[in-house]
Design a protein around this ligand. Structure first.
Ligand code: ADP
Length: 265
């Protein structure tokens, strides 16, 4: 467990808390007043039909989108907006930068920098955002490349790697920032089927050997069952069901959950 997770766990502060979070895109209300908390070290998988708002939740946490109403807290700090009276106020940029450093995100489409070699993809943010020395960042990047099984690809460009290898580099890149919270957004959806297992096995390893808090959006139900402490089922911007995988996936209470699982399994 890294130090700020330890601090958060000790004083009982959730890693993530959504309080009456509403998100609208124009007239479309995508999240309808969401309330939930995720504890430090907890691994939560978000499931539900396409369009139910799962990716939006991760993007709000990354401050890639702005909420319409409510408050999101990361380790007790209001993230993007806080409510004073009736007014939504944007937290200032330097505060946001600090909070963002606690969160890593891995996307469906890898999003590696195509013009940088693999090693530099991993060292770039630790050097420029965390202010680490180049030597320290390179040593850590090599360690992470070893962890993801790509020690021999440090000097390759992303385009020279398979999709599965690129995704493993993206995972190493997010871990290089030493995040407390890792957001995984359908990270195997863009991969050829034969490359999926390697990436899921790596994520299972990371899940079981670290205490990183994880919010996972995936259609890989076996993986979700193996790694999650908790599964939240969403439909049309509300939480339909929330509990351990054995219950939500093994013995769902709600018809909507049963219908969803029947369609994906
Ligand atoms: P999920 O991840 O569950 O498939 P999303 O969070 O991606 O769902 O999307 C929820 C809804 O919000 C969808 O109807 C989607 O079309 C809409 N949406 C997402 N992003 C935008 C955007 N930038 N502009 C307009 N609508 C959006």
């Amino acid at each position: 467990m890294n130090s700020s997770n330890e601090t958060a766990a000790k004083n009982g502060t959730p890693a993530v808390r959504f309080e009456n979070v509403v998100k609208r895109f124009g007239d479309l209300e995508v999240l309808k007043g969401l309330n939930f908390s995720v504890q430090p070290g907890e691994r939560v998988t978000l499931i539900g039909p396409s369009g139910s708002g799962k990716t939006t939740i991760l993007r709000l946490l990354m401050t890639l989108e702005k909420i319409t109403d409510g408050v999101i807290y990361v380790e007790g700090e209001p993230l993007s907006h806080m409510k004073r009276g009736e007014k939504l106020v944007t937290a200032n940029e330097s505060h946001l930068r600090e909070v963002r450093k606690k969160i890593g995100m891995v996307f469906q489409q890898f999003n590696l920098f195509p013009n940088m070699k693999v090693l530099r993809n991993i060292t770039e943010a630790p050097v420029h955002t965390l202010g680490k020395s180049k030597d320290e960042a390179v040593a850590k990047a090599k360690e992470l490349l070893d962890l993801v099984g790509l020690a021999d690809k440090a000097d390759n460009y992303p385009s020279q790697l398979s999709g599965g290898q690129q995704q493993r580099v993206a995972i190493a890149r997010s871990l290089a920032m030493n995040p407390d919270i890792l957001l995984l957004d359908e990270v195997t959806s863009a991969l050829d089927p034969e490359l999926v297992a390697d990436v899921l096995d790596l994520l299972k390893d990371i899940a079981t050997t670290t205490d990183i808090t994880m919010l996972i959006v995936t259609h890989e139900m076996g993986f979700a069952r193996d790694v999650s402490h908790r599964v939240m089922m969403f439909d049309q911007g509300v939480i339909v069901e929330d509990g351990p995988p054995s219950q939500v996936m093994g013995d769902p209470e709600h018809e909507r959950t049963r219908a969803f699982l029947k369609a994906v399994l």
